[in-house]
Design a protein around this ligand. Structure first.
Ligand SMILES: C[S@@+](CC[C@H](N)C(=O)[O-])C[C@H]1O[C@@H](n2cnc3c(N)ncnc32)[C@H](O)[C@@H]1O
Length: 249
């Protein structure tokens, strides 16, 4: 099946860039602080960032003292932006689909990925391939959309709200139906894969990983009150899920 490369669509890319660059965005306000808090010591380590996008995380790992960082992504536009805005001597960016990572003939101390595995059709294979790219004892830290957030088919609003716009409930539909979903986000036909929590956990465990930590995204009361339009629904369900895994033989 052809891999979706929506980030190279001009309209999608420009809109995503605006969302990601806005001071109040889900990545910087929610995802990144949790992901960074789950990383092992980065100083002196080799790091692979799968789906590095515009390179913000790769640059953070470089600034944290990584020996070198390799960022891979399917999107030419995202990589061009990364090379222009988030480069460093010890960062290499390479165009590569996550489905092809077994072609990387290297092993890393840390493998990481932020909000990219939603696009993986075969999560079992991806987990097995990541395992092969890691040194013994290496850590794998990643985030993806929470299954409660991907259990939405776009037929109804994401939240049921009061007339004043207060979010009363999150609308979850067909949680048990796994597979590709096409929903409206930035464009009309944004595609991602929904899977249940047990499917995600079993893909990790079956690849041979030990799960050391799992987190679900959370937002402080202060942030929720200050930015209700962005974060008003975050008590009803988490947006993201995070895992730290160890390769242990
Ligand atoms: C939501 S963005 C996250 C980017 C970055 N990790 C961040 O946190 O800002 C998802 C990224 O996954 C990349 N992507 C989507 N499908 C991919 C695939 N099959 N292989 C590699 N990268 C992919 C996109 O090009 C995009 O850069």
């Amino acid at each position: 099946m052809a891999k979706q490369n929506i980030y190279d669509n001009e309209n999608f890319f420009e809109n995503f860039k605006d969302i990601r660059s806005n001071e109040i965005n889900f990545n910087d306000c929610i995802e990144t602080p949790i992901l960074l808090s789950m990383l092992p010591e980065v100083n002196g380590k080799s790091v692979l960032d799968i789906g590095c996008g515009m390179g913000q995380h790769a640059k953070q790992y470089s600034d944290m003292g990584a020996k070198f960082v390799m960022g891979i992504d399917i999107s030419e536009k995202m990589l061009k932006y990364a090379k222009e805005h988030f480069c460093a001597k010890n960062i290499t960016y390479q165009q590569m689909a996550l489905e092809n990572i077994s072609a990387l003939a290297k092993q890393f101390d840390i493998v990481t990925s932020s909000l990219t595995f939603d696009y993986a059709e075969d999560l079992d294979e991806l987990m097995r391939n990541v395992y092969q790219l890691m040194k013994d004892g290496a850590r794998f830290v990643f985030s993806m959309s929470h299954p409660m957030a991907t259990a939405w088919d776009g037929k109804y609003d994401r939240y049921t709200c009061t007339e004043l716009g207060e979010r009363l409930y999150a609308n979850i539909s067909n949680y048990m139906v796994e597979g590709k979903r096409s929903v409206k986000w930035v464009v009309d036909d944004y595609e991602l894969y929904h899977r249940t929590l047990s499917t995600i956990v079993n893909a990790i465990v079956n690849a041979g990983f030990l799960i050391e930590k799992c987190e679900e995204s959370h937002v402080s009361d202060a942030m929720r009150k200050k930015y209700p339009a962005q974060f008003g629904g975050t008590l009803h369900r988490p947006d993201f899920i995070f895992f730290r895994c160890k390769k242990s033989i």
